[in-house]
Design a protein around this ligand. Structure first.
Ligand code: SF4
Length: 86
């Protein structure tokens, strides 16, 4: 399983989640070239250890556990995976 970043992140890209993630699986980071062009942040589906630390860190409540992703944002499960070529 993995956590999923959804629609509220688009245009927000706060990166508080990046700072709290213990396994550095949220990308792009601010110091990565892709950061400027990315319209949201993404969680690597295989590297996420499901710790949940990113959820309260997000100021726009964009992050959900996979099985708690709201129906209207289920497409983001695939969108996060696709970012990493999954
Ligand atoms: Fe990182 Fe934990 Fe969030 Fe997964 S649940 S993206 S490991 S902070």
């Amino acid at each position: 399983m993995a956590y999923i970043i959804t629609e509220p992140c688009i245009g927000t890209k706060d990166t508080a989640c990046v700072d709290v993630c213990p396994v550095d699986c949220i990308h792009p980071r601010k110091d990565e070239p892709a950061f400027e062009s990315a319209n949201q942040l993404f969680i690597h589906p295989d590297e996420c250890i499901d710790c949940g630390a990113c959820v309260p860190a997000c100021p726009v409540e964009a992050i959900f556990a996979l099985d708690e992703t709201p129906e209207k944002w289920k497409s983001f499960i695939e969108i996060n995976a696709q970012h990493f070529g999954k």
